[in-house]
Design a protein around this ligand. Structure first.
Ligand code: ADP
Length: 447
């Protein structure tokens, strides 16, 4: 059994391609969040605003009525069930819709209302009696383009004769020199460049609103950044409103943003801080995989557990563990990077609706997914980055999902040797919070 175990561990290590903090496929995760999200994310942190001329007034609105929208657009907004602007919309919308048009860089976490804000801007500025593209929105992938198109369709429900086209590989087909009559073009940077410069089906100089969405993801995908800059260079300098949106904020993104958006108003809504404040953290020493599983079984036998998430290093371990837990009678969901975005959405929704109370997952699926009701997080494997160092940020993301909204959370870490013990100690000193040792045969110590 021990040698079988050893083999298992080795094959796990060989298959450890999904490990590491960088491996999360950002575009897919973003799409997943859009598919799963049905309402605004509540954000209580303060809004930061940076502008060229700090003495110029900055307006904010508390209602959509106060924005002087065209009646058919206002009706569309209310039909979507929006009652009042979200926090970022309160400040962004008056500037987005003002005359003369202002450029903007806006950053806030996903789910805070950025898409709705720029779609509203595009709809307000488009003139449907002119039969050529006037608004251009570029995003990293085909699927994200379709998601935005879907929002445009919903919000423009009461606007007759608005036409959208998708400049994505496998989207609408166009032929060289044949001018298109859509009002809004949504696509990926590469195909959009082809359409405008090689095939010449529309004139970038006639674009009045240019939106670059998911800028942080653009940065991450080879080529998209440069294609976006090439597109932007061909727009009208004086007659096109340029807008850039990003869920994250760091200096490479801001450098890119400043290169693409001249003289912007910068609006930033800081992410809700995740903390380990409400969370009890423990660790258990195990000699091998079998002992880890044994300890896990003891935990599930000893304490009553609502929803729990178990994080594994690799897909192999995740599958192995799922099989064993199912044999013990648990209803288990599984989430890993080989699943399609649709399959992942189904797994998360089953877990959310408590059809399965245990969700076993690898790192790829760990980020940015909101499952509020998790009471226990188990690190079956501790998070490490590509260099094998402690993945403190990932640890916080994993554990931070318990203990929300004032609930007490519980985190249990499995340690199986000197390396993982060292990882645990780095995490402990990084956060300056004690992780207590737990005897796997005496789980009742857990408070
Ligand atoms: P982001 O682009 O920042 O991820 P979205 O614009 O997609 O955010 O908004 C997130 C969710 O909240 C969507 O389901 C959207 O329909 C909804 N939403 C956006 N703005 C409002 C609003 N003002 N009131 C209610 N719901 C809103």
């Amino acid at each position: 059994d021990a040698s079988a175990n050893q083999k298992k561990v080795q094959s796990d290590l060989a298959g450890a391609t999904v490990a590491g903090e960088q491996d999360a496929n950002l575009a897919e995760n973003s799409l997943l969040n859009k598919l799963l999200r049905s309402e605004l994310v509540n954000c209580t942190s303060d809004l930061e605003v940076l502008r060229q001329d700090p003495s110029s007034p900055l307006y904010s609105v508390k209602s959509f009525d106060a924005l002087n929208l065209k009646p058919e657009i206002l009706k569309g907004v209310y039909l979507m069930g929006f009652n009042a602007p979200s926090k970022i919309q309160e400040t962004a919308l008056p500037s987005l819709l003002a005359e003369p048009p202002q450029n903007m860089i806006a950053q806030s976490q996903s789910g805070t209302g950025k898409t709705a804000a720029f779609v509203l801007t595009m709809l307000s500025r488009v003139n449907t009696s002119l039969n050529h593209p006037q608004c251009l929105c570029v995003v990293p992938t085909f699927e994200l383009a379709l998601q935005i198109g879907h929002v445009v369709e919903q919000m423009s429900k009461c606007m007759t004769s608005l036409r959208i086209m998708y400049s994505v590989k496998g989207g609408h087909s166009v032929s060289r020199g044949q001018l298109i009559d859509a009002h809004i073009v949504i696509g990926t940077p590469g195909t959009t460049l082809d359409w405008s410069t090689k095939l010449k089906v529309f004139d970038l100089k006639k674009i009045r609103v240019f939106v670059l969405d998911e800028a942080d993801i653009m940065m991450d995908i080879q080529g998209l950044r440069d294609q976006s800059i090439r597109l932007q260079r061909r727009l009208s300098k004086d007659n096109c409103q340029m807008l850039l949106f990003s869920a994250t904020y760091n200096s490479p993104i801001m450098q890119f943003a400043q290169a693409v958006v001249p003289n912007p108003l910068v609006i930033r809504l800081k992410r809700e801080e995740e903390s380990l404040h409400n969370i009890k953290q423990y660790f258990i020493r195990c000699a091998n995989l079998q002992e880890k599983f044994h300890a896990l079984s003891n935990i599930y036998g000893a304490i009553s557990i609502g929803q729990s998430m178990i994080f594994c290093h690799t897909r192999n371990t995740a599958n192995w563990l799922a099989e064993r837990m199912v044999k013990q009678g648990h209803a288990v969901g599984i989430l890993h990077g080989e699943l399609s975005v649709g399959e992942r959405a189904v797994a998360i929704q089953r877990f959310r609706s408590a059809k399965e109370k245990v969700l076993i997952t690898t790192n790829v699926s760990a980020r940015g997914i909101d499952v509020a009701q998790v009471t226990i997080v188990v690190n079956f494997d501790l998070p490490v980055n590509k260099k094998g160092e402690a993945g403190c940020e990932t640890y916080l993301h994993r554990i931070g999902r318990t203990g929300r909204f004032g609930n007490r959370g519980l985190a249990i870490n499995m340690v199986d040797g000197p390396r993982s013990l060292a990882t645990l100690q780095s995490i402990e000193s990084h956060f300056g919070r004690c992780i207590q040792e737990l005897d796997p045969n005496d789980i009742d110590q857990v408070e």
